[in-house]
Design a protein around this ligand. Structure first.
Ligand SMILES: N[C@@H](CCC(=O)N[C@@H](CS)C(=O)NCC(=O)O)C(=O)O
Length: 205
């Protein structure tokens, strides 16, 4: 049997979360190797691109969260077979990677510098991406981003919008998504009510 070991921070979110949910939906056993930031600091130099997530498949390390989401998503039936729908799914995965970089750039800032950077983020890139994602959801038919069903694109957007609404990002108003893209809030509720997502989080409580 193939062995899977997924290494990522000990948070219920971020780049590894769609992969974890997809593993669970696929009914595949995997080692959910959750590490602290201090542990990451010690192992960072040993990772190929100095970052996580890293998935070890029978001991061989593979990186890049979107590639990993697609790989596990295919095994879970959470990735479209149709090429155009797969393209729609990939567009969302790529866009989310871009917006994550803009958010991460504000990490480590403090005080007034953080406030100004976050305000610029909210009025700039976050607004652009939330409106763009809303457009892509409408293209998908309004409920899912691709294939009229749950895919890894929905899981990735759900993780982002849940984070933005959580209040854990200072100076990002918790009602930002509701104001700019209320359909994404409905989408978040739809995804978190999916039996596969509920079943995954039941293992976390
Ligand atoms: N393109 C990579 C980016 C991975 C990435 O930036 N991961 C972050 C955590 S979400 C990280 O490990 N950052 C540590 C660092 O930059 O030192 C992917 O999608 O997996």
């Amino acid at each position: 049997m193939t062995s899977y070991r997924l290494t990522y921070f000990d948070i219920d979110g971020g780049r590894a979360e769609p992969i974890r949910i997809a593993f669970h939906a696929a009914g595949l056993e995997f080692e959910d190797n959750r590490i602290s930031f201090a542990e990451f600091g010690k192992m960072r130099e040993s990772t190929r691109f100095r970052c996580v997530p890293v998935l070890e498949i029978d001991g061989g390390a593979v990186t890049q969260s979107n590639a990993l989401s697609r790989y596990v998503g295919k095994m879970a039936g959470l990735y479209p077979d149709d090429d155009l729908q797969a393209l729609y799914c990939d567009e969302v995965l790529g866009a989310l990677e871009d917006v994550s970089h803009f958010i991460v750039r504000t990490f480590g800032l403090e005080g007034e510098e953080l406030r100004l950077a976050r305000e610029k983020l909210v009025n700039g890139w976050l607004s652009i991406f939330l409106r763009g994602l809303s457009e892509l959801l409408a293209r998908g038919g309004g409920e899912y981003f691709a294939d009229n069903r749950l895919t890894v694109a929905d899981l990735k957007v759900f993780c982002l919008t849940r984070w933005l609404c959580s209040g854990t990002l200072d100076h990002v108003p918790t009602d930002l998504v509701q104001r700019l893209a209320p359909d994404l809030v409905e989408h978040q509720q739809r995804i978190q009510s999916d039996p596969r997502v509920i079943a995954y989080y039941a293992t976390r409580s």
